[in-house]
Write a protein that binds this ligand. Structure first.
Ligand code: SF4
Ligand code: SF4
Length: 157
C-alpha cells in the first residue's frame, strides 16, 4: 500500500501538539467511570454464608468458610466478571469502580461475617398412645358396631 508523502512527519508533529494519552502513574491516576470494573466489595452484615458465590466464581477467587464465619477473596484471581454479584441471593456483593492498591505478596482479603444460622426448631412431642379409657377405643368396643376383626368361622360349620 502506497503511503502519502510526509505521513510520518505529520503524525509526529500532531503528537507533539496533543496532550499525552498516558498519565504518570502513581503520581496521577486516570479517572474512573461509573461502569469501571474495579473490585468486588461485600456488605458482610447481609451475607448468610450460603456459599453460592464460592461455588459459582469461575476462577475460584472466593472462599466462604461457614465454620469460621468468613468470606474471603483472592483479588489476583478475580477477573472482574461480575458473576458473583449477579448470583448472590442477598444482594450483598457489589462491583466498585475503583481499584484496590497493588499488593506485593499474594494474599486473600478475609472479611468476618456476623451471620448466626438459625437454630433448628425442637421436634414436637410424640402423641400419647391410645389407652382403653380413650373415647376412640371405647367407640370401637361398643357392642353391635362394625369392627375390623375377622368374622368368627366356628358358627358357619
Ligand atoms: S467478579 Fe467473577 S472472578 Fe471475581 S470474584 Fe466475582 S465471580 Fe469471581
Ligand atoms: S456473599 Fe452472597 S452468595 Fe456469597 S455467601 Fe454471602 S449471601 Fe451467599
Amino acid at each position: 500500500m502506497k503511503q502519502k508523502p510526509l505521513t510520518m512527519t505529520r503524525v509526529a508533529l500532531g503528537s507533539l501538539l496533543r496532550k499525552p494519552a498516558t498519565v504518570p502513574y502513581p503520581a496521577a491516576r486516570k479517572p474512573v467511570y461509573l461502569a469501571t470494573r474495579g473490585h468486588i466489595a461485600i456488605e458482610e452484615d447481609k451475607c448468610n454464608l450460603c456459599l453460592i458465590c464460592d461455588r459459582r466464581c469461575p476462577t475460584g477467587a472466593i472462599a466462604v468458610d461457614r465454620t469460621g464465619k468468613t468470606w474471603a477473596i483472592d483479588r489476583l484471581r478475580c477477573i472482574q466478571c461480575n458473576h458473583c454479584v449477579d448470583v448472590c441471593p442477598r444482594k450483598c456483593l457489589a462491583m466498585e469502580n475503583d481499584y484496590t492498591t497493588p499488593m506485593q505478596m499474594k494474599r486473600s482479603d478475609v472479611v468476618p461475617v456476623p451471620f448466626t444460622p438459625p437454630q433448628p426448631k425442637p421436634k414436637p412431642a410424640a402423641a400419647p398412645a391410645p389407652t382403653s379409657d380413650s373415647p376412640l377405643q371405647a367407640k370401637e368396643e361398643r357392642p353391635g358396631e362394625r369392627n375390623h376383626e375377622p368374622p368368627d368361622q366356628s358358627s358357619a360349620d
